[in-house]
Design a protein around this ligand. Structure first.
Ligand SMILES: [Zn+2]
Length: 258
């Protein structure tokens, strides 16, 4: 039997209060500048990030746009949406779930920023752009496990793009740009090498993650996990009121900010 597994609720993540708070602050105000989570492996970091994305309301995007441009912000449109507008075609809106994109440590620069097919551009005058991770992560969360194992150069690219909110690829006078606004969440295990201090400074918040030690909480974690594995739908329904309450709270905080 293959049934869809319901996502693990954010409000059912036991402990890790600092991490949860740091993530919530970043989704309220992306200008906080990302989260770096230090700590041991297997401490619910990835679960918490994915669960948060599920909890947030769907976002309005330009229908059919590969970069999920924001229809409410004409100044940040990608090259394709701008061309469409220039042709007089309307930009329709659709609503989609926020995405969590994983960046593998082996990612190359092309994989991160995307690539421009220069032959096509020169011969046919058409820009053909192959989106990279920055495009996929636009308006979502970019999750980088073991960010300290990435090439410094790649980390620089990520942080630059996160700070500027746009990714521009230029080759031989041809350029393509698209919005690249995302919440950057990096994790690292300090036992496996340090992150350059300059890079460290550029994450808005850093939190230390420790395994949950209190016996009652550990029992709760195990209970939740087995209840979820047994029936993810019933488990997610059980937490629906808490999830809604938190989602509304985040919404109100966003509203108060702008
Ligand atoms: Zn677009």
């Amino acid at each position: 039997m293959t049934e869809r597994k319901y996502p693990f609720p954010f409000t059912a993540v036991v402990g890790q209060e600092d991490l949860k708070l740091a993530l919530i602050l970043n989704v309220i105000d992306p200008k906080v500048g990302g989260v770096l989570a230090f700590g041991e492996k297997g401490t619910a970091k990835s679960t918490a990030v994915r669960a948060l994305a599920e909890l947030l309301p769907e976002i309005a995007v330009v229908k059919g746009c590969r970069f999920r441009c924001d229809p409410a912000d004409p100044s940040s449109l990608c090259s394709e949406c701008r061309e469409k507008l220039a042709r007089g075609a309307p930009l329709e809106t659709e609503f989609v779930k926020m995405r969590v994109v994983d960046l593998p440590v082996s990612a190359t620069e092309d994989r991160v920023v995307g690539s421009l097919d220069i032959e096509q551009a020169i011969q046919k005058g058409k820009k053909r752009f192959e989106p990279g991770v920055l495009a996929e992560a636009n308006r979502g969360i970019l999750y980088v496990d073991e960010v300290n194992l990435l090439d410094d150069h790649i980390v620089d690219l990520l942080l630059d793009s996160a700070a500027m909110g746009v990714n521009t690829v230029e080759r031989e006078g041809v350029s393509f740009s698209h919005p690249a606004r995302f919440l950057l969440v990096g994790t690292m295990n300090p036992e496996e090498g340090e992150l350059r201090p300059q890079l460290l400074d550029r994450f808005g918040l850093s939190v230390r993650i420790e395994g949950v030690k209190e016996p009652e909480k550990r029992v709760q974690i195990v209970k939740y996990r087995s209840a979820y594995d047994e029936d993810s739908q019933a488990f997610s329904e059980r937490f629906a009121p808490e999830e809604r309450a938190l989602s509304n709270k985040i919404d109100r905080a966003r509203g108060a900010l702008f």
